[in-house]
Structures are given as C-alpha cells and as structure tokens.
Design a protein around this ligand. Structure first.
Ligand SMILES: [Zn+2]
Length: 245
C-alpha cells in the first residue's frame, strides 16, 4: 500500500470513528436494564403477530394499491376480500392467463361451458352457465332478469336506488361471496369432476353470506328466514328493485 492509500484509509477510519462517537453520544445506558430486542411496530416494543398481520394487510390492500378502497368489506373474511382483489387485478389462475404465461395446456376453453376462451371476465360474468346463476341469484333477491345488465359483481352497480344503513356493504358482500363460490365451483369441476349445479352454488352463497355477515356486522342483525325469502329487506330502502330504473 503506498503512502497516499494509507493516508486515505486512515482518513476514512477517523471519519467512521467520529460518526460512531456521534451516534454513541445519543445513547443513554441504564445499568439496571438488560439489553433486549424491541418490536418497532408496537408502542410497547413487544412482538405481536396481530400487528404484523395488520401491517401486511395494509401493504396489500390499503394506500398505494389501485383497488384499495373497493377491496375492503369487513362483513366477509379476508380470504374473500383477497380473492376479489386478485380477480380485479386479473390475477386468478384461469386457463387464458396461464397460457399467456407460457404454460402448456391441453385447452384454454372454459371448463364450464366448453366453448369460450376462459378468462376472469368470462368465469365471473360472461359464461352462459354463469349468467344462468346470476339470473337465479336475482330471483332470490326478487329482482327481475331485465336488471341483469345493471349488475356488476365485483364493483358498485346501480341495481338499488337507495340503500339502508348497512345495505351497500351487505349487497357488495353477497356479490363477492357469489364470485368466491363460483370460483370454488369451477375448481371443483376442474379438479374433482364435480357437477356444476347453480342451485347448490346459490345455497352455499345464502348460508356463507348469512353466517359471515351475521358474525361480523353485528349492528345489522339478520334473520335466516327473512334472508332466505327476501334479503333485499336488509339492503333497500326504496322499491326501485322491483324493476324500474
Ligand atoms: Zn364458459
């Protein structure tokens, strides 16, 4: 090492020492307290998995995410919220998406109707067999078929003219449960060769949505019989859903 390099190394070392001394000057030692790790997410410095889980949820679903505001609905489990978030981002592993990513598939046709390219849009709204389900769903809500074009399962739609206090959240939650159950039914058909049955899918939607919403939205208590025959009772404050508008 030549003289210049030695001087340079010495200068760097002195600079590092000065920086270290500066940092240590801010430290206050407390002889009776032992050193310990401190969890910076909580004010008490103690690790809690709940805080970590909240931070992950926040990063995934809140500020900075383009669908943040529409992907939260506390009346349903997070697994359904995350499913909807992925669907909106077109990130469900449907055949057309897998094909685009280079997977070698026997077919990219819809496993439900067998004659259309399978995309998220097709799976949740456009498939003729899925349209049959949505018609059946509207019947449950006493909403005429003619309103089908106003229905948007993943987003806000114009089916209802006005909502009761928790109505908008309940309506959104039930539609999202439908999408979740359609996805499950599609997987059961593809992987377990189970029959596609819209009556079973709707029964599952009715019971899952009732259980989840009742448990989480305690300020809007539901009654099973009412839920079964006229769920609009909990959602709509007008009579617009009878078909006009
Ligand atoms: Zn189809």
């Amino acid at each position: 090492m030549d003289t210049y390099s030695r001087l340079y190394a010495l200068e760097r070392a002195l600079s590092d020492v000065a920086e270290l001394v500066n940092l240590l000057s801010l430290v206050r030692f407390q002889p009776i307290t032992q050193d310990r790790w401190r969890w910076c997410l909580g004010s008490d410095g103690v690790f809690k998995s709940k805080l970590l889980s909240s931070m992950i949820d926040e990063k995934k679903l809140l500020p900075g995410n383009q669908f943040a505001e529409t992907s939260r609905n506390k009346s349903i489990p997070q697994k359904v919220e995350i499913f909807v978030w992925r669907a909106k981002l077109n990130r469900l592993p449907v055949r057309s998406e897998l094909d685009k990513r280079g997977m070698d598939l026997d077919t990219i046709l819809c496993p439900i109707c067998g004659d259309e390219t399978k995309s998220v849009d097709h799976l949740l709204f456009k498939c003729k067999k899925v349209i049959e389900f949505w018609k059946f769903f509207l019947k449950w809500w006493n909403i005429p078929d003619s309103r089908l074009n106003s229905l948007d399962p993943l987003n806000t739609d114009s089916i209802f003219g006005s909502f009761s206090k928790h109505g908008e959240k309940i309506w959104e939650a039930v539609k999202w449960v439908c999408c979740y159950s359609l996805w499950k039914a599609r997987n059961n058909k593809v992987f377990k060769n189970k029959e596609w049955n819209i009556s079973s899918i709707l029964s599952e939607v009715q019971s899952l949505s009732f259980g989840w919403i009742s448990k989480r939205l305690k300020k809007a208590p539901l009654e099973w019989h009412q839920w079964n025959i006229n769920p609009g009772f909990y959602v709509d404050t007008s009579n617009i859903r009878t078909g006009i508008g």
